[in-house]
Design a protein. Sequence first.
Length: 133
Amino acid sequence: RPGLEDLNLQLDAYYDLTTRYPFYFSDIEEVKHDFVRLHQQRKSLLQRMIWQFEKRLSQLSAEGLIDQRYEQEQFGLSAKALCNQIIFWKAQQRLLDAEETGRAAFKDQAWSLITPYLSAVGRAKTDKNHTRR
């Protein structure tokens, strides 16, 4: 059953992807025109990422881990924002000459988009299980 710990593992997997293949989401226009097959794979991955995060937020809401003040319609926008953070995080760190470029910094930034949605129960679970690291 997907929960906050599983979400944390999913963030680990995306960090690994962006670290092992930093070019995968760079040069968007060039890849779109010169490497059509790669572009289609990348587009499919992004669509799947958005769908997965949107469904995960919905599931967390059903489990009472997301504050009920937030509406389901917001989850799609939040999923897109989270995917943008994942995809462009590496480029942002390079542009800013950031010193913190490791997994913990990546996950802290991703969790900063999720934490405001958490209910008191969700916050307690992240604190108790140290989910964010």
